[in-house]
Design a protein around this ligand. Structure first.
Ligand code: FAD
Length: 411
């Protein structure tokens, strides 16, 4: 049912959804904007959940994505704590889990991702947590016991950030990583080694090639049984083994899905009235030259702006270089680019001083840079990679070479 006032329904009230709503108004959308989310909170910054919020340095009201007045001014309506259970493309309507039906003229899928669950004995014991939502983070906080033992299953960024935060809260932390090294899928061995040392220096134990086989306890978790007959005592277990994109709605209505809802550079799905943005999308990136699905706030926000323009009939292609960050202890990592396919890593700076850059190269092409406590180099790296500036490995490795001077002058 279309009225004189068209309605855009946005499914998912997080980084992509809230950005899309406000951008839509800026792009000139005059109709209703309804954001529907199944979490009960207004959209909030997710990254602090494993960092400042978990450590108690920030309160939930300090991580709101936008002030309520911003949404009010843009006349954005929210329906929170409700799940969209189905979409009907023919009737152009959605159905909520409470049975309510809403009509749309345009629809945006900003459904993000959910945690991958570990299916092992004892998985439902009390004291076993995942970390994706504010409610998850608050539940972990409530279970923290200073002096107690925490086991983190998964040595990816979220697992390691959680390990650092729980350590700061006074827990004795062990991280279990199934692969040969932590961060194996996302960084070079040099970075894994650096982070391993960083955690060890703080007293966090990291076990590699270590797999959680079962969780034991009567009602509450007490032990983690691992391969190699190793058993670890645990008062608290946090599982961080990756996420799965929420693509079920798209699949059910026959939209192409391939590890994410397939969209073009304009965030357009195969249906001209449906866009998608954020962690749930598989999108092309012309700077990288391939399609990918990203789990990153900057990507969610940029793609949401693109989607808003598309819904208003504009054409603002999504052409951003991926970037990401991670905070662990005093080490602030900023990543520019995407290192897939690298054949060489060049270090600039000193890992012992916690200030260095790992440059990823494929032949003489610079693909990505992991910058530890090197904000200036990160800004340069973004330009170097996006503009495909040619800089030799020797120059990259030599801290006396001024990289800024090698950049072409801006027009
Ligand atoms: C602990 C943690 C730390 C992180 N740290 C960083 C970081 O340092 N830097 C960084 O760039 N990224 C980080 N990320 C990743 C970042 O949070 C995500 O990339 C970002 O949240 C993606 O935003 P999104 O809006 O696409 O999806 P999401 O944030 O996943 O939001 C999707 C929302 O849609 C809801 N939803 C899904 N389906 C439905 C439905 N059918 N009906 C109603 N609602 C629905 C979901 O419940 C969710 O609330 C971190 C993530 C976590 C969990």
């Amino acid at each position: 049912m279309s009225t004189n006032q068209p309605t855009c329904i946005i499914i998912g009230a997080s980084h992509a959804g809230s950005q899309l709503a406000t951008s839509l108004r800026k792009e000139g959308w005059e109709g209703r904007i309804v954001v529907i989310g199944d979490e009960v909170h207004m959209p909030y910054h997710r990254p602090p959940l494993s960092k400042a919020l978990l450590m108690g340095e920030k309160e939930p009201n300090q991580i709101e994505l936008m002030k309520a007045t911003v949404y009010e001014k843009a006349n954005v309506e929210f329906m929170l704590g409700v799940h969209v259970s189905s979409v009907d493309r023919t009737k152009k309507q959605i159905t909520l889990d409470n049975g309510e039906v809403l009509a749309y003229d345009k629809l945006a899928l900003c459904t993000g991702a959910r945690v991958r669950r570990l299916d092992i004995p004892g998985k439902d014991l009390k004291g076993v947590f995942y970390l994706r939502t504010l409610a998850d983070a608050q539940a972990i906080q409530a279970a923290v016991k200073p002096g107690g033992k925490a086991v983190i299953v998964g040595g990816g960024y979220i697992g390691l950030e959680t390990a650092a935060s729980l350590h700061k809260l006074g827990m004795k932390v062990t991280v279990l990583e199934m692969m040969h090294r932590i961060l194996e899928r996302v960084t070079a061995p040099e970075l894994s080694l650096y982070y391993n040392g960083l955690h060890n220096r703080h007293g966090v134990e990291i076990l590699t090639q270590a797999q959680a086989l079962a969780l034991e306890g009567t009602d509450h978790v007490e032990r983690v049984v691992c391969n190699h007959d190793r058993v670890l005592d645990a008062d608290l277990v946090v599982i961080g083994i990756g996420v799965i994109p929420n693509t079920e709605l798209a699949e059910a209505i026959g939209l192409p899905v391939d590890n994410g809802v397939v969209v073009d550079e304009f965030a357009q799905t195969a249906d001209p009235d449906i866009v998608a943005a954020g962690d749930c999308t598989n999108h092309p990136n012309d700077l990288l030259g391939f399609r990918l699905r990203l789990e990153s706030v900057p990507n969610a926000m940029e793609q949401a702006k693109t989607a808003a323009a598309t819904l208003c009939g504009g054409k603002k292609g999504h052409h951003s270089l991926p970037w990401f960050w991670s905070d662990q202890y005093h080490a602030k990592l900023q990543i520019a680019g995407f290192n897939r396919g690298y054949d060489r890593v060049v270090l600039r700076g000193e890992t012992e001083k916690d200030q260095f850059v790992a440059w990823y190269l494929k032949g003489d092409e610079i693909l990505a840079a992991d910058c530890i406590n090197s904000g200036k180099e990160f800004m340069l790296a973004k330009r170097i990679i996006a503009e495909k500036v040619k800089i030799s490995a020797e120059q990259l490795a030599d801290p006396s070479v001024d990289l800024a001077a090698l950049l072409p002058a801006r027009a």
